[in-house]
Design a binder for this molecule. Structure first.
Ligand SMILES: Cc1ncc(COP(=O)(O)O)c(C=O)c1O
Length: 392
């Protein structure tokens, strides 16, 4: 009876992963030579929902790789056309179908928006620590980082206001919502404060909501554009099914331009300038959003269990390491400063056979020193083995 209950509880095999099989995977996560544990890049160790695997298999079996019929009145992929009802069902927000654009990935949307709405030298506001490709974006595009610093308990918006007043101002705010790497969900009052600052300083907000579907029990995701129409009018939302459904290699994302000038800028681009969606990614996304929610609930269950046991595992094996409670995502921000491993504890963990992301990657301002980002989207047993290996 107990065996049957456990089998039901683990209907997708998420709790019984085979680490030897993971080690043979060809993707970047498990391919660092000589490292037996991979807890870094934001891929999950779970197989995709069986419905998605079946849908992709169906395409392969029928050799469905010709040009798809995705014309339609707005010339949008079926995944983009599904996005408004998906958002309405889950979050009560109704994106405008006439403001949607297909993309290859979320960072493309962030970069395209910065390119169109700002000039080299302009400021870009960003919470620190930050997902490192945002930092690379600002640097590679010759924009100026205007940081909102994490104090350990909260972001310092008073300091941001002073920076905005002292500098030449900024044009854009990249909002990572929910936040990677802190795993925080922005609640309504904080979102309203962000919207208020953006309005007073005339900033366009790029809201990256790729982790929204990975909001954990006890918390609720509020799409930034849903705050009110005036907020929507200064916002560009970018997202994808790729994080929640573990599809990062397939490459598809969607951009909603509440901000009309950005919509017009994208419309004026020559056709195919930003490429066109691929059939595997679109099929996987449509299947995820129509048939994937059972699987997603099972995944959230495992992540929820892992986020709850992680502090105990750290106390048991890496006493003194602390983890900010995760509210969303499967990326835990672990403070290792009291372990005596210096500014880059990831270096020591790597020597012990575990790949994690070094905290320094996420901030040029020192917020990441002594921290690591640990990916907990794996089975509870592999998570426990990983933390034990980190302890050496
Ligand atoms: C906040 C955030 N945005 C964007 C991405 C990457 O998205 P894409 O591969 O679609 O550019 C990630 C990946 O981990 C992420 O965490």
């Amino acid at each position: 009876m107990i065996g049957l209950m456990n089998a039901r509880r683990d209907a997708y095999g998420l709790r019984s992963l085979d680490i030897e099989r993971l080690r043979t995977k060809g993707g970047t996560k498990w391919q660092t030579p000589g490292l037996p544990f991979a807890a870094w890049v934001a891929d999950m160790d779970f197989d995709v929902a069986p419905e998605i695997a079946d849908a992709l298999r169906h395409l392969v079996d029928r050799s469905e790789f010709g040009y798809p019929d995705w014309g339609g009145i707005f010339a949008l992929s079926p995944a983009a056309r599904l996005f408004p009802s998906r958002q309405a069902e889950r979050y009560g927000w109704e994106p405008r179908i006439d403001r949607l654009h297909d993309l290859a990935d979320v960072i493309q949307g962030v970069r395209a928006t910065i390119f169109h709405l700002s000039q080299p030298g302009d400021g870009v506001v960003l919470h620190l620590p930050a997902y490192h490709p945002f930092l690379h974006t600002i640097e590679e595009m010759d924009r100026e980082l205007v940081p909102v610093s994490w104090t350990g308990d909260a972001f310092d918006y008073d300091d941001l206001e002073q920076r905005l007043a002292a500098s030449g101002g900024a044009r854009v705010w990249i909002l990572c919502h929910p936040h990677n790497p802190l795993g925080r969900v922005f609640e309504r009052d904080e979102l309203e404060r962000i919207a208020d600052i953006a309005t007073r300083h005339d900033l366009v907000v790029i809201s990256d909501e790729i982790h929204a579907d990975l909001t954990l029990p006890g918390h609720a995701h509020i799409p930034f554009e849903s705050l009110d129409p005036t907020v929507s009018a200064r916002t560009v939302t970018v997202t994808s099914a790729s994080k929640a459904f573990n599809l990062a290699g397939l490459r598809w994302a969607v951009l909603h331009a509440g901000h009309e000038p950005m919509h017009r800028a994208l419309e004026r681009l020559p056709g195919h300038y930003l490429g066109a969606p691929n059939i595997m990614a679109v099929t996987a996304t449509v299947t995820a959003w129509t048939h994937g929610d059972d699987w997603l609930s099972a995944v959230i269950d495992v992540i929820d269990e892992n986020r709850r046991v992680l502090p105990e595992l750290l106390t048991e094996h890496l006493d003194g390491a602390r983890c900010h409670p995760l509210e969303a995502t499967y990326l835990a921000w672990v403070d290792c400063r009291s372990l005596g491993l210096g500014d880059d504890p990831a270096h020591t963990f790597r020597a012990r056979g575990v790949e994690v992301n070094p905290g320094n990657q996420f901030s040029p301002h020192g917020h990441g020193a002594g921290h690591v980002r640990l990916n907990i989207a794996t089975s509870p047993a592999i998570l426990a083995a990983t933390v034990m290996a980190m302890a050496g």
